[in-house]
Write a protein that binds this ligand. Structure first.
Ligand SMILES: [Zn+2]
Length: 418
């Protein structure tokens, strides 16, 4: 049958703006140096490998190496072959006094402060037991005291702290660089962590959500990992860090992306949540909810340690509450899997230490409800870095900041030689 003659559709299109990309006519020496410094931070120690890894010519690599050496950031040492014959080889490494990276990974009841060198060596770390709920006036001086004592315990050839990264267990208000949402942490709503740490350390300070840093730490392991990735932390809040396929974090317009705890879950029924809604995942699956459900059932005043102990001992009530919580979490994550089609889901937080069955329960609940096409390449695992995911993510962000082309271009040769 012949096709009916078509009639031209009238179309009025709003003018588009098609994305254009800036041309890089000439790489600046600082941009070359930035690229090479990050490769050196990743463990490359000679010019030939730098040229291979960066795809730059040997001459361009030489320009970047000279840039870093002239500003006192890079040193060269010569290694001779054991028999003294063959050609001696030059090894490149960061100069000792170029500075330290401090990381404070804050948890509601315990925090970790650590010091790293730019070649990713951890020089020391301390577990600090301070309850953030006691307010910043008590918690921050305690954290700073431990960090300062760690710094003063080091040989001064390591230099001073160049940058400090702070991971906080809750949303970050970018305008105040502090902890937001007072219901989670009383007294922190108007406090600027950034100002307090800058005043004490005299260096730039970057504050970010711990789930964002943990997700970045998992995304940037030396073994290439599959992206996109969603890291979910189950603690007194249930939050996620999202790393996109290009390796960038997804934060959302106000930095609130990843608030998984306030997504509705059928398993939560009509339980009232602190946010004012009913049926939030938070009401059955946060660590506080686990403890309060068991306390109510046993008519006892239990804490998280009790819950962990009872789960470990196979207590039927604690096990059932945990199993229901994992099912609820899996149901919500299945929705996220259908919506975002990630390659990897990482479970993080204290619950991962309790029972290996948690992960298989979560996997089962996700696979049961997510569409098969969305789960065909999905892996569900715990963190590669374990409890160090947050510090790992903080370290990668710190390295990007201290070796950014912008910062390197502000360093002058004269400053180093004077
Ligand atoms: Zn809620």
């Amino acid at each position: 049958m012949p096709l009916a003659p078509s009639k031209p559709a009238s179309m009025v299109l709003q003018p588009l703006t098609v994305p254009t990309y800036p041309l890089t006519a000439r790489l600046t020496p600082a941009a070359i140096a930035s690229c090479l410094a990050l490769h050196i931070a990743n463990g490359i120690d000679n010019r030939a490998d730098l040229a291979r890894a960066s795809n730059l010519s040997r001459t361009t690599v030489a320009t970047g190496v000279d840039f870093l050496t002239e500003r006192g950031l890079l040193e060269r040492s010569t290694t001779h072959t054991p028999d003294g014959r063959g050609r001696p080889s030059d090894r490149l490494h960061f100069a000792a006094p170029i500075g330290l990276i401090a990381v404070a990974d804050l948890g509601v009841t315990s925090s970790t402060v650590s010091l790293f060198t730019p070649d990713q060596t951890c020089l020391g770390s301390r577990l600090v037991f301070v309850d953030l709920a006691r307010g910043p006036e008590i918690a921050v001086p305690a954290l700073l005291e431990h960090l300062q004592s760690l710094i003063s315990s080091l040989d001064e050839t390591y230099g001073t702290v160049e940058i400090c990264m702070i991971a906080v267990p809750g949303p970050v208000d970018a305008r105040r660089s502090g902890v937001n949402r007072p219901p989670l942490l009383k007294g922190w709503g108007t406090y600027s962590l950034e100002n307090a740490f800058v005043a004490a350390l005299g260096c730039p300070v970057i504050v970010d959500k711990d789930v964002n840093l943990r997700a970045l730490g998992e995304a940037r392991t030396s073994v290439p990992t599959d992206l996109p990735l969603i890291l979910v932390k189950v603690a007194s809040a249930i939050e996620a860090g999202i790393v996109l396929a290009n390796g960038d974090l997804y934060r959302g317009v106000e930095g609130f992306a990843g608030d998984v705890g306030h997504i509705a879950s059928r398993a939560a029924g009509d339980k009232l949540c602190a946010c004012g809604n009913t049926g939030c995942l938070q009401t059955i699956a946060s660590t506080d909810a686990l403890v309060s459900q068991l306390s109510e059932l046993r008519d006892e005043n239990l804490d998280l340690g009790d819950f962990e102990r009872l789960v470990g001992a196979g207590d039927p009530a604690a096990t059932r509450i945990l199993r229901e919580a994992v099912r609820g979490l899996g149901e919500v994550l299945a929705g996220l899997v259908n919506f975002t089609n990630p390659s990897r889901i990482v479970l993080s937080g204290t619950v991962t230490h309790w029972n290996p069955g948690i992960l298989s329960g979560l996997r089962g609940a996700i696979y049961e409800r997510a569409l098969p096409i969305a789960t065909s390449r999905l892996t569900v695992s715990t963190a590669v870095h374990g409890d160090w995911s947050g510090a790992a993510g903080a370290l990668t962000l710190a390295l990007e900041a201290i070796f950014s082309a912008e910062r390197l271009s502000s360093l002058s040769v004269e400053d180093f030689h004077s």
